[in-house]
Unconditional design. Structure first.
Length: 648
């Protein structure tokens, strides 16, 4: 929310400084009346007014009359909205839209609108993609003109406030956006007829901090994180607003680039490009395959001493070996119908693939038939089996032997998750479900799903829950997305115990199916361990109209965002012991500790096995030395005595 308001008030300020909208725009302001015909923007006497006649850039119902600016720097800006015009259709709004490009069809970063008379909409901010309506924020008017807005920026964090009097301020929300956006400011989303003039007026604009163009270099080519397809590259960037020259740092040593070390300094220059990896330029013998390179541009102003340190960007040159295997190396719970794929090694022309369930056989294999594809279909695999594979890359006349990768197929019982519904609950407030006397133990309906996604537009006036166990394919950080209609919450446990759940994402209003917001609907990266299972639960409340609940994820072994598939899910049916404490894989445990667990729901007693050999414990029987006795129900603990240091 707050970032768009920031641009709104910064635009008002600059117009008040330049005298009139028809005068030449100050540095940093690039366009006016983008993509529209008709309408006008005018400033006189410290008051800025924008009008639109319904002629649009997206369709017959929308009109935009804006100026656009790149903006960077911390600061705080304040303005008063004195009027939002009325008409036969009361959807005129003063506002701000931020997009990645000037193309009207490009991705939103954020949209903020303030209410027209009778609009029924207050301050809103919309992190969204593909033009989808992923609204968060107020749904009823919080103030009517005249009112004040204030936006504070600290780094990538934007905070928005409103006030009816300019004295008492209330925070409306915050959002983090790490981009240099294009900004549309003025009269937005007007739904009036062509020829019907709507207007918005602003005054009392003030600011502290920087409202100029970006001072740092931005928009690097190759883009940050690029996988480069060659051993040389011509790099370029866009200059900071006040830059007269550029200090360039480039190295394969990240610490040197971060520190601006002498070994990484490639000189000061006035041009905005640099060639590396080519004779006569830095790294004349070419960039090394299998390496990552880092670069930074510090912008130097005309006085020669004022500098603006830029961010560190990177790109990589592929290894000559095959890399990036899917499934990920060491992956678990892999679908037995999976196809294998990998990234081709640098300059590789053919690939020889070796595959089997014995490490030594795959490691020692020779003489395979080469192929041109970077995929392999191993056929239907066995459950609970570890497989190994290797890809040798042929770059004539050299063969580059690949590493041996492994993965383990999924266990029996995975493939579904359970949806429950509580019917005849009116409204969209999720608390209506939580407060129901029948929740959570007495649902009206139970539906088995083969992925973490419900049917779309199936019913009205109900509350829903999807819960079960999530099985992680590889160790690393995972990001989750929640998409519900209407309000929803996504909870994830730190282990397989529901008592340890944490709220990781929520939907405050609703989102169309298959849209993935970047605000509260997206979780922070969450570290999860391969081979572990975690309790997961989504709740949502449906009022009327469309309805759905969908959860997607991305992380190691899940290279692109996708709805969680049934092969990584199972119903929450804890017939086995669960919730171990210390947790599975825990480290730095005291030598004298008590092991605790939770009983399976049908347990009458517990047989406990303990030892330092995983296979021995897995295969132990009551006749094995690992057997430590039987406990009655209610005795869910074991004291192993004093344990050895540095032992699993």
């Amino acid at each position: 929310m707050c970032k768009k308001l920031l641009y709104l008030v910064s635009f008002v300020l600059v117009l008040s400084l330049v005298g009139s909208a028809s005068a030449s725009l100050p540095a940093g302001w690039l366009h006016q009346d983008i993509g529209t015909t008709g309408g006008n923007a005018d400033e006189s006497g410290g008051v800025w007014t924008v009008e639109g006649d319904g002629v649009d850039i997206w369709g017959t119902s929308d009109g935009f009359h804006f100026v656009y600016q790149f903006l960077e720097g911390d600061g705080e800006m304040t303005a008063r909205v004195t009027d939002v015009g009325t008409g036969s259709n009361n959807w005129a709004k003063a506002g701000v839209m931020i997009r990645e490009t000037l193309d009207p069809g490009s991705t939103h970063a954020m949209e903020i609108i303030t209410p027209g008379e009778g609009s029924g909409i207050g301050f809103q901010w919309r992190p969204s993609t593909n033009g989808a309506s992923n609204w968060t924020g107020s749904t009823t008017p919080v103030v009517t003109p005249p009112y004040w807005v204030r936006v504070r920026r600290t780094g990538d964090l934007f905070e928005g406030f409103h006030s009816p009097d300019g004295i008492t301020w209330e925070k409306e929300g915050e959002i983090t956006i790490s981009m240099v956006p294009n900004v549309y400011i003025g009269l937005c989303r007007t739904s009036h007829a062509a020829g019907e003039v709507r207007s918005a007026t602003f005054d009392n604009v003030s600011y502290v901090g920087n409202i100029s163009g970006p001072l740092k270099a931005y928009d690097p080519t190759p883009a940050d994180g690029t996988l480069l397809g060659d051993t040389w590259v011509s790099m370029d960037w866009k200059a900071g607003y006040t830059a007269a020259s550029h200090d360039v740092y480039f190295s394969d040593n990240l610490a040197d680039v971060q520190a601006g070390a002498e070994g990484a300094f490639q000189g000061n220059q006035t041009t905005v490009f640099l060639v590396v990896g080519f004779p006569g330029f830095p790294y004349p013998d070419g960039l090394a395959t299998g390496s990552t390179y880092y670069w930074r541009i510090d912008e130097v102003e005309a006085d020669g001493t004022t500098k603006h340190q830029g961010p560190v960007w990177s790109f990589s040159v592929p290894s000559r070996k095959a890399f990036n295997p899917i499934p990920a190396d060491g992956g678990a719970f892999i679908n037995p119908e999976t196809n294998l794929s990998f990234e081709s090694g640098f300059n590789a022309k053919l690939h020889t693939i070796y595959f089997g369930d014995n490490f030594d056989d795959v490691n020692n294999a020779t003489g395979g038939a080469p192929q041109g594809n970077t995929t392999f279909d191993p056929g239907t695999l066995e459950l609970e089996t570890t497989y190994y594979w290797r890809v040798d890359e042929f770059d004539p006349p050299t063969t580059h032997r690949g590493d041996v990768w492994s993965f383990t197929t999924t266990i029996p019982g995975l493939g579904t998750i359970v949806q429950n519904r509580w019917n005849n609950l009116d409204g969209t407030d999720l608390n209506t479900l939580k407060d129901s006397v029948n929740f959570p133990n007495y649902p009206d309906e139970t539906i088995v799903l083969d992925e973490f996604s419900t049917a779309i537009d199936s019913a009205d006036n109900y509350g829903g829950r999807i819960n079960g166990w999530l099985y992680v394919p590889a160790t690393g950080d995972y990001t989750f997305w929640l998409c519900t209609d209407d309000q929803g919450e996504l909870w994830l446990s730190t282990d397989d115990d529901p008592e340890n759940v944490v709220l990781i994402a929520n939907e405050a209003s609703w989102s169309p199916a298959n849209t993935w917001g970047t605000g509260t609907q997206q979780s922070d990266p969450i570290p999860l361990q391969s081979g572990n299972r975690y309790y997961i639960e989504a709740l949502w409340k449906e009022g009327g109209g469309g309805d759905h609940c969908q959860v997607a994820w991305q992380g190691p072994g899940i290279p692109t965002r996708e709805i969680i598939q049934g092969t990584n899910l199972s119903p929450y049916e804890p017939v086995q012991a669960f919730g171990p404490n210390p947790g599975n894989g825990a480290s730095d445990i005291k030598q004298t500790t008590v092991l605790n667990f939770k009983a399976g729901i049908k347990a009458a007693s517990h047989e406990i096995y303990f030892g330092a050999d995983a296979d021995a414990v897995t295969n132990a029987t009551t006749g094995s030395p690992e057997y430590k006795g039987t406990r009655n129900l209610g005795e869910e603990s074991f004291e192993p005595g004093k344990l050895e240091w540095d032992t699993t």
